[in-house]
Design a protein around this ligand. Structure first.
Ligand code: NAD
Ligand code: WQD
Length: 340
């Protein structure tokens, strides 16, 4: 298949591009580089020896994207990863988040209609569930419970938009993937997560402390009702997540469907930090801070639907993710600014 990745130069996009090429597919990328660099795609090309056409443009630049698709097509499927993802920023600037996250999704649906592209895979998020009522979270668990941040709301709205679009046009095959917490890097150490500024997420923060860019990790609360008092999450290795995208495009069915992509295994903040200490051989100083507003005590999924439907499951452990994240971070302490 020939697959267009929007946001393909970003963290999850670059790993997904690599997995698609390795599975024998052709890849094209549209990315405006607002949170990434073309260096990620250069490295994927170097690793795979594949040519990956790249258009540096906003997904909403309709004519430019359509002409790019016509030049390099026909395209069989789109994986729509482009969007803004910082929860705190979305609270401070909600209009920008609704504009970009919903606007790019509308543009993708219009492109599919104009160019007769039947298949879409969308980057949704476990955030749509809000505060879990019952764990593990299943695809039919209630969503939106105490969901206060605009970022998560944009993901819920786009899921509804996609369901309506698939209902209206029986040719469409649309899949929303609810990612749990993506971590780790490709085993080559050549591509990985390169957040701009101070990381918001735990794993890249821990990695930057291990490499000496930051002093210590603040643990946001150690009085949660969890075994060690720190928050639990379902951390999924980004290469397992990438394989989930390959499975989703290869098994796309008519209509609209939703899949959780996670491991099903809860890991606490302290457990993740210990795993990173083992992987890096470095001691990671910590400091207990108050709880972070909006955090839930525990979130992890039931990943059986993807296993039953596609035979996909996460294979890598949190230790694998820490080893790969450390390889990436120690070889590229300044991310893609460090040339190999
Ligand atoms: P990322 O920021 O690394 O990748 C997103 C990419 O989209 C970036 O390369 C950015 O430059 C590009 N982009 C943004 N706006 C664009 C626009 N208007 N036109 C073209 N390109 C644009 O983030 P990521 O972690 O790779 O996330 C990819 C997707 O997965 C996002 O939609 C995100 O919301 C979703 N997601 C991420 C996580 C996570 O923790 N990383 C979890 C759940 C869902
Ligand atoms: C994980 C755990 C924190 C940082 C976020 C988004 C979600 C999704 C993934 C896009 C929590 C604790 C964190 C730190 C800490 N993104 N923590 N110190 O909050 O589960 O999910 O990223 O869709 O939408 O909300 O991930 O990595 O920020 O936090 O103690 O410096 O680590 O309290 O328990 P989260 P996270």
């Amino acid at each position: 298949m020939r697959v267009l990745l929007t946001g393909g130069a970003g963290y999850i996009g670059a790993h997904t591009a690599l997995a698609l090429v390795e599975a024998g597919h052709d890849v094209l990328v549209v990315d405006d580089m607002s949170n990434s660099s073309p260096e990620s795609i250069s490295r994927v090309q170097a690793l795979t020896e594949a040519a990956i056409p790249l258009l540096e443009a906003d997904v909403r630049a309709f004519v430019a994207v359509r002409d790019f698709v016509r030049r390099h097509g026909p395209v069989d499927a789109i994986i729509h990863l482009a969007g803004l993802k910082a929860v705190g920023e979305s609270v401070a600037d909600p209009v920008r988040y609704y504009d970009v996250n919903i606007g790019t999704s509308v543009a993708v649906l219009q492109l599919m209609a104009a160019e007769s592209i039947p298949t879409l895979v969308f980057s949704s998020s476990a955030t749509v569930y809000g505060e879990p009522e019952i764990l593990p979270l299943r695809e039919d668990s209630r969503t939106g419970i105490k969901l206060a941040n605009p970022y998560g709301k944009t993901k819920r709205i786009v899921e509804e938009l996609l369901a309506d679009a698939a209902h209206a046009d029986a040719r469409l095959r649309v899949t929303a993937l609810r990612y749990f917490n993506p971590v780790g890097a490709h085993a080559s150490g050549l591509i990985g997560e390169d957040p701009s500024g101070t990381p918001n997420n735990l794993m890249p923060y821990v990695a930057q402390v291990a490499v000496g860019r930051l002093d210590r990790v603040g643990i946001f609360g150690d009085d949660y009702p969890t075994p060690d008092g720190t928050g639990q999450r379902d951390y999924i290795h980004v290469m397992d997540l990438a394989a989930g995208h390959v499975a989703a495009v290869e098994n796309a069915r008519q209509g609209f469907d939703i899949y959780n992509l996670g491991t099903g295994i809860p890991v606490s903040v302290r457990e993740l930090i210990s795993a990173f200490e083992r992987a890096s051989g470095r001691s990671i100083p910590t400091e207990v801070l108050p709880r972070r507003e909006g955090d839930v005590p525990s979130s992890f999924c039931d990943p059986r639907k993807a296993l039953d439907s596609w035979g996909w499951s996460a294979r890598r452990t949190i230790d694998d993710a820490c080893v790969d994240s450390w390889r990436w971070q120690s070889r590229n302490p300044n991310g893609y600014a460090d040339r190999p």
